[in-house]
Design a protein around this ligand. Structure first.
Ligand SMILES: [Cu+2]
Length: 472
């Protein structure tokens, strides 16, 4: 779900920082001094040109209403308007000058503790700023690696869970190797008074925070932070690097990309160590990080998850969308449509109470089971394993939306082929979501291009679960 407010909050500080002038290279023998051009996650800033530079980093602590899940408003506290805050980047040998301003309309004092710092509090004491204040300190980047930064004000856990964490990469003296795509992903938790996916104005529930019982476990600050139009994008053949930071404040992440194997992993973000190779899942502690790399061989949607897999229902899932030619020698699924092969749907289930209710026959499911037509002319019930009704009608050139209620116990979908019956055709149309979980409702919107009889099916049960649409 789009959140114009959240986008605006992110865009404004980025523009401000991007607009900051490059101060220019110094004379020979003097350090280059420049203001880092920060970008919002999942963006990654460029590496600094060489070690020994003087890097100025402008961060602002802000408090602002954000959507953390569809329909769930929450006052997040952030660095530069995003959770996690922007990835800071410097190189071993650089002097980094961290400026922290606290927005005038903040209600709380904030500061920053960067784990890349050798010095008291990681800079927290030097940067404790009241609303409207600004302070700075400098540190020498001595150790390479990916480090977490966070606000260490208040009881710390409240400032982190409200969104105040990020990552700082200290590149090795000769820089990180070239890769085709770099992404920055942060995992953290929200603890709210409302239940998971319960819409409304949510506030911090300190009891849940202390009991370490999160309402949401998110990638990039939102239960939908890396899905849909926010999915990561890459091509077949790309070498991808993910800078992964765990803000916590409480949970260890078991970071995994479904359908991929990490070719290289720098555990704990320690890029000065030899990388592990051939890793399936990487443990990332709160206040810790990891750098992972993998090459993409086959197109499709790859799901980023915390493999403590129940957390997917709390938002810990993202999508890496990969386009390009298939490679049957690497992956081949004969007899299965590309859509079905790609359907590793990781939906966010409704709250437990709703799931329990859905497991019992609802009045509409009962009427469908008893053979009565479901309500509405375009309502379709997905049962195990049959469409009801299985013969539909539509008009050529007129958009039609079928509502799909899954009254079964297993997932289904609806996929309409063009008149030639080819379900692999780009002209075929698949339901939204692609897979409708049991108890859930989806839709399929389609404009029949011409009169005729169109076939549709469930991609999961393509042989038995079929139907036709008569278009006139
Ligand atoms: Cu803070």
């Amino acid at each position: 779900m789009k959140s114009p407010l959240r986008r605006a909050m992110i865009a404004v500080p980025i523009l401000l920082v991007a607009a900051a002038a490059l101060l220019g290279a110094g004379c020979k023998g003097e350090p280059d001094t420049y203001t880092e051009q920060l970008v919002a996650p999942p963006g990654v800033p460029a590496q600094t040109p060489r070690g020994g530079a003087h890097v100025i980093v402008n961060l602002q602590a802000m408090e602002h209403e954000t959507e953390i899940a569809p329909g769930v408003k929450y006052t997040t506290w952030s660095f530069n308007g995003s959770t996690p805050g922007p990835m800071v980047r410097a190189r071993v040998g650089d002097t980094v000058e961290i400026h922290l301003a606290n927005a005038a309309d903040s209600k709380n004092s904030h500061n920053i503790d960067l784990h890349a710092v050798n010095g008291p509090g990681g800079g927290a004491g030097a940067t404790l700023v009241k609303p409207g204040e600004s302070k700075y300190f400098t540190f020498k980047a001595k150790t390479e690696g990916l480090f977490v930064y966070h606000c260490a004000a208040g009881i710390v856990a409240d400032h982190i869970t409200n969104g105040m964490y990020g990552a700082i990469m200290i590149d090795p003296p000769n820089g990180m190797d070239h890769v085709d795509k770099e992404f920055y992903v942060g995992q953290s938790e929200f603890y709210t008074n409302l239940d998971t996916n319960e819409p409304g104005n949510a506030t911090l529930d300190m009891d849940k925070l202390f009991k370490e019982q999160p309402t949401y476990v998110t990638f990039n600050g939102n239960s939908k932070g890396l899905v849909g139009d926010k999915s990561l994008q890459a091509k077949v053949g790309d070498k991808v690097r993910i800078y992964f930071a765990d803000g916590g404040p409480n949970l260890i992440s078991s970071f995994h990309v479904i359908g991929e194997i990490f070719d290289r992993v720098w555990n704990y973000g320690a890029t000065g160590s030899a990388p592990l190779t051939g890793v399936q899942t990487v443990l990332v502690p709160p206040g810790g990080a990891a750098v992972v790399e993998f090459k993409l061989d086959v197109p499709g949607d790859y799901k980023l998850v915390d493999h403590a897999i129940e957390r997917v229902s709390k938002g810990a899932v993202g999508t890496l969308h990969v386009v390009g030619p298939a490679d049957p020698s690497t992956f081949n699924a004969p007899g299965v449509s590309a859509a079905a092969a790609n359907s590793h749907e990781m939906t966010t289930p409704a709250p437990a109470t709703a799931t329990t209710a859905a497991a019992k026959p609802s009045p509409s499911a009962t009427s469908a089971a008893s053979g009565q037509a479901p309500a509405g002319p375009n309502a379709v019930v997905l049962k195990d394993n049959v469409f009801e009704p299985k013969e539909l009608t539509a008009k050529a050139g007129q958009a039609v939306t079928f509502t799909l209620k899954n009254a079964g116990l297993v997932p289904h979908n609806m996929h309409v082929a063009p008149l030639d019956g080819n379900f692999d055709s780009p002209q075929s149309v698949v339901s939204t979501p692609e897979i409708v979980m049991n108890g859930k409702t989806g839709t399929l919107t389609w404009t029949p291009p011409a009169a005729g009889t169109y076939k549709f099916r469930c991609d999961i049960h393509p042989d038995v679960m079929t139907g036709t649409i008569a278009v006139n």
